[in-house]
Design a protein around this ligand. Structure first.
Ligand SMILES: [Mn+2]
Length: 358
């Protein structure tokens, strides 16, 4: 029977949608869309953009009904900005140079707070009433729109210190007032771990004890390290994971991918990472199928080159993102475009100085 104009079908995750028959077979499904709510992520350079693109695509693959927003810094190249626009509804450059004097002063003393300040910028997105922040190194495994039923600040416990929340996934309400209080708190108290997680935990300090509804189940921010630190729990509950978080220094984009077998190549895996290899494979599958075509279109890649890629079969993000040259780096530094979060972070500079002084 042909569906009538207003027949309603339940969808797998409990929403209802209207059927609209167009001719004999084509059916368009309209999901309710909340334009005043958004998923928000952050990328401070071209490499992290790869993670953000896969995260954004993974959200889209599970029919999100909210807007997709990314905060970027001046370090992100114009090519990557063009690709980001293919996946995200809004690409917002955060310019710390525009912030108040006290922020500049704080950054001079503690440049490592740069990434934290950039992330805090999400509270200024006041054209949204509620948002879910997700790190660029997370990957969504199913629809998670129900997170918007939670209140600020909802987050999952950190696997290393469960009385703290992990700031890789959290629900918040944009507010200029909260933003300003957070910035002042950062300048005054700093961050006990030098990053946003320490700062947010000391600001929302009653998270551990005040309201259990603000504790997201761990399945909304399953840290990849837990897979081997609490293996029996992973074996029992891991298949229900909703969001995986690739914590630690080994990110999915550091691996190489065999396009023919659809798997991350095993030589590049440490013995530990074998356990979460299926999540890495999924990350790369999304990257290869949905993100690589955007690059190819934008770069007007000649057929010749795509043939070469087919021949090589192996995909790594180095093929898509060039490391900036020393000359580029110097120019950026001189123009005042300092990568506080990455290579120009205080720890990196200190490391370099130590090497010189040895
Ligand atoms: Mn992370």
């Amino acid at each position: 029977m042909r569906p009538g104009l207003n027949s309603v079908i339940p969808l797998c995750y409990g929403l209802c949608a209207k059927h609209e028959s167009l001719g004999e077979r084509v059916v368009a499904i309209h999901l309710p869309f909340f334009t005043d709510q958004a998923f928000v992520t952050l990328a401070t350079n071209d490499v992290y953009c790869q993670g953000a693109l896969v995260l954004g695509q993974s959200l889209k693959n599970h029919r999100i009904t909210r807007k997709l927003v990314i905060l970027i810094t001046s370090q992100v190249s114009s090519l990557l900005r063009d690709v980001l626009y293919k996946v995200f509804d809004e690409v917002i450059e955060v310019n710390l140079e525009d912030s108040a004097d006290y922020v500049h002063l704080a950054l001079l003393k503690r440049p490592e707070l740069g990434v934290t300040f950039t992330k805090l910028h999400c509270w200024t997105l006041t054209h949204y009433s509620k948002c879910v922040f997700m790190d660029a190194d997370t990957l969504v495994l199913c629809n998670i729109d129900e997170l918007f039923d939670r209140e600020e600040l909802s987050a999952a416990p950190d696997s290393g210190w469960p009385d703290c929340f992990n700031s890789g996934v959290f629900v918040f309400r944009p507010s200029l007032e909260t933003h300003s209080l957070l910035m002042q708190h950062a300048v005054k108290c700093g961050s006990f771990d030098g990053a946003d997680q320490g700062l947010l935990n000391s600001f929302f300090s009653n998270w551990a004890t005040s309201d259990i509804r603000k504790h997201l189940p761990f399945l909304y921010n399953l840290s990849s390290s837990t897979i081997y630190t609490y293996r029996p729990a992973f074996n029992k509950f891991g298949s229900d994971a909703k969001v995986v978080h690739f914590l630690g220094p080994a990110k999915p984009w550091h691996y190489k991918y065999n396009r023919q077998t659809g798997s991350v190549i095993s030589e590049s895996l440490t013995s530990e990472s074998q356990h979460h290899v299926s999540f890495l494979d999924l990350w790369w599958k999304i990257y290869d199928e949905s993100i690589v075509p955007f690059f190819d279109k934008l770069q007007h890649v000649a057929e010749l080159e795509s043939q070469e890629q087919t021949v090589s079969k192996l995909l790594s993000i180095q093929q898509k993102v060039k490391e900036p040259s020393a000359e580029d780096e110097r120019r950026k530094w001189e123009e005042g475009r300092v990568d506080y979060m990455g290579k120009d972070a205080f720890a990196r500079i200190q490391e370099k100085l130590d090497r010189f002084l040895q």
